[in-house]
Write a protein that binds this ligand. Structure first.
Ligand code: DC
Length: 228
């Protein structure tokens, strides 16, 4: 039997999803697709157009018409992909703190999720894909033969994000990151539509005390098990 054609990776922010997802996709020769960027792209477009992110109707209408493209990196500056919103390269803008602040409420709107989920399913169903997000195993690709849910304590996740910022030479406060992360976890897991939770058949990996290499080893074990 071949390796699983679709691999779903879900979990909270900074649990290791993008690091593991990208490595795994490279090793398998699959496409790596981070669905979080689509919610970030809608949030960016709303802020750009002066739309209040609390205005569900306008944000939903925007999600239905905005053109989001995620392609192979066009610049070698450490990016995992290039994101265009209506033709504009917004790849790094999507990581700004204002986006972090507004993206969870935006991603809780059912109409926004419906619009983006359709596009994600279309991309996922082509196969040979590692898709990363919050609801990939539960909603976007429930048929994925391998579903992984990466978790870690909120303190460890905030520590990782803090170190990442410092390494990039950005100003960073651990306490602030921790507070913002708790708030996002709460919104993401308590929303009515597609809340953050492991699928019934997902394998949960707690990465709190694991290195990237150790997580990769566990993931490859799961892939080989499904291959036998
Ligand atoms: O993974 P991230 O930090 O880029 O995700 C940004 C936000 O988008 C996060 O608060 C949760 C939301 N999201 C979601 O609801 N469903 C997904 N499949 C991916 C992200």
């Amino acid at each position: 039997m071949p390796y699983p054609d679709m691999i779903a990776i879900d979990g909270p922010a900074a649990a290791g999803k993008s690091t593991i997802g990208e490595l795994l996709a490279k090793e398998l020769g699959y496409l790596y697709f981070d669905t979080g960027v689509m919610y970030r792209a809608v949030t960016w477009a709303a802020l750009q157009q002066g739309i209040d992110t609390a205005d569900e109707e306008r944000v939903t209408a925007l999600a239905e018409q905005v053109h989001i493209e995620v392609i192979q990196p066009t610049v070698a500056d450490g990016r995992q992909y290039t994101v265009y919103v209506d033709g504009q390269d917004v790849t790094w803008d999507l990581r700004r703190p204002e986006i972090d602040q507004h993206v969870s409420p935006v991603s809780a709107y059912p109409g926004v999720r419906a619009a983006l989920t359709i596009q994600q399913r279309r991309i996922g169903q082509r196969g040979k894909i590692v898709m990363v997000g919050r609801d990939i195993g539960t909603v976007v690709l429930p048929e994925a033969p391998l579903k992984i849910y990466l978790d870690a304590t909120v303190e460890e996740r905030a520590r990782r994000r803090h170190l990442e910022n410092l390494r990039r030479g950005q100003k960073s406060s651990y306490e602030e990151i921790l507070r913002a992360m708790r708030r996002r976890d709460k919104i993401d897991s308590e929303r009515d539509v597609a809340p953050l939770r492991p699928a019934a058949d997902a394998v949960v990996i707690d990465t709190t005390h694991l290195s990237i290499a150790q997580v990769m080893e566990l993931v490859w074990k799961l892939i080989r098990e499904r291959d036998s």
